[in-house]
Design a protein around this ligand. Structure first.
Ligand code: MN
Length: 430
């Protein structure tokens, strides 16, 4: 899958791209953006600029069979392109942004990203959230069942639930603290009001490309062909609502009030140099059942990503303090690969569609430095976290801002990043 678009020596004539932490010419993620006061259109992030793909299409610079989809105002049809066509488009864009002969003719097709609004990249038909972060599942399970953190199904079934697509929002859009029903431990009956235990969850988002027909499962060997990209996903959670409502049917209003995603779709092609083996299961764990087992997927199905969570508070910003990194860890702490969750999702014939979004579930490292939620970092609210400037946190307060980041690195390769997944907490509405 590696070709000249991955060469570490490739430089762009867009100078800010060379050495850019997220968007060098080896990345080329797709998004939907609008220059100030203009209509949304499809673009590619390059350094601190955005290349307008609609202009490239209109000028006859793109492969003829993708011109149509590049003139859309969502990525749904682009995500649905066959893998080969997506690869050709990537090669073309890489050439446009590296050959200096295009510098003159495309200078008016570039917009400073800072002057643009980033929209949701696709119309999300359905959103499903999984629970494949093994250390997160252990940490949370242990808070409820100290001797038996994982339920017996965990090592056989990639656990998931259907989330809410309508409340997925792009990075930058604030989160209003939700109200709901919770039952404080000392109370006889539940109360209704703003959540007192607002949390974030560090997750990877998976964009579905080509779908499957209703009734036709996706074989594990073909699952990668149905994945069109990745993003960061903050699955905001109200832990007090969750504890009260989730049995026996699982997450509901504790989760669906909002989820924030990073707006750039990082393609499987861009991530090809950063594939790694799925970590071996601990001794004694069952092997995946045959429909989830594939030697190739086990050999290359995980991603060498480093994930980070950052916090600033209103007081920290007032005092001019730097934001605080709450955690960092690898994305490989997943018990199932993204290909396995796609295959499992469709295994009963459920039809996935282009632009569907899957969340992996919270990804935590084995140790505290890499815990992906405050529920874990604060041990369910028992251990306060000290912040610069003298504040402490167990859960999020109004004015707090959470930013998720991800980057992919490998020896001899140019590091690429995902861009930000950021949102600030606003007070509950009166
Ligand atoms: Mn989640």
């Amino acid at each position: 899958m590696l070709d000249e678009t991955h060469d570490a020596g490739r430089k762009s004539w867009v100078e800010s791209a060379n050495g850019h932490a997220d968007f060098p010419v080896q990345n080329l993620p797709y998004g939907v953006f609008a220059p100030e006061g203009e209509a949304p259109r499809i673009g590619v992030a390059i350094g601190d600029q955005i290349l307008d793909l609609a202009i490239c299409a209109e000028r006859g610079l793109l492969p003829p069979h993708v011109v149509d989809v590049c003139l859309d105002d969502t990525l749904n049809r682009l995500l649905a392109l066959p893998v080969k066509a997506r690869g050709e488009l990537r090669k073309t864009i890489s050439d446009l942004l590296t050959r200096t002969s295009f510098r003159g003719s495309l200078s008016d097709a570039l917009y400073p990203a800072a002057d643009c609004v980033l929209h949701l990249p696709a119309r999300i038909g359905d959103y499903t959230d999984f629970y494949v972060g093994i250390h997160h599942a252990n940490n949370i399970g242990r808070q409820f069942r100290p001797d038996n953190p994982l339920l017996p199904n965990y090592k056989y079934v990639p656990i998931g639930y259907h989330g809410r697509a309508s409340s997925v929002r792009p990075s930058g859009e604030p989160l209003v603290r939700p109200k709901g029903q919770r039952k404080p431990p000392e109370a006889e009956v539940p109360v209704v009001g703003p959540t007192a235990r607002l949390d974030y969850e560090l997750e990877l988002g998976v964009w579905i490309g080509a779908g499957n027909a209703l009734g036709e499962p996706i074989p594990i060997a073909e699952a990668a062909d149905h994945i069109a990209g990745f993003c960061l996903l903050n699955d905001w959670s109200a832990r007090d609502f969750q504890a009260w409502e989730y049995q026996p049917l699982g997450p509901f209003l504790a989760k669906n009030f909002q989820s924030t995603i990073s707006p750039w779709v990082i393609t499987p092609e861009a991530l090809a140099p950063f594939r790694m083996a799925q970590p071996a299961r601990p001794e004694g764990d069952p092997a995946p059942l045959p429909y989830l087992a594939d030697a190739d997927d086990q050999a290359h199905g995980a991603l060498a990503l480093t994930l980070e969570v950052w916090l600033t508070t209103a007081k920290m910003r007032e005092q001019g303090l730097e934001s605080l990194r709450l955690s960092t860890g690898p994305a490989s702490s997943m018990y199932w690969t993204v290909q396995q969750i796609v295959t499992h999702h469709a295994s009963n014939g459920c039809n996935l569609q282009p632009g569907d979004l899957l969340g992996t579930g919270t990804i935590s490292a084995p140790t505290r430095e890499g815990f992906g939620s405050l529920m874990e970092l604060s041990e369910g609210g028992k251990r306060a976290i000290a912040l610069p400037g003298g504040e402490t946190r167990t859960f999020l307060e109004d004015g707090d801002e959470i930013t998720l980041k991800a980057s992919a690195s490998a020896p001899g390769r140019v590091t690429i990043g995902f861009g930000e997944c950021r949102a600030r907490v606003l007070p509950a509405r009166g």
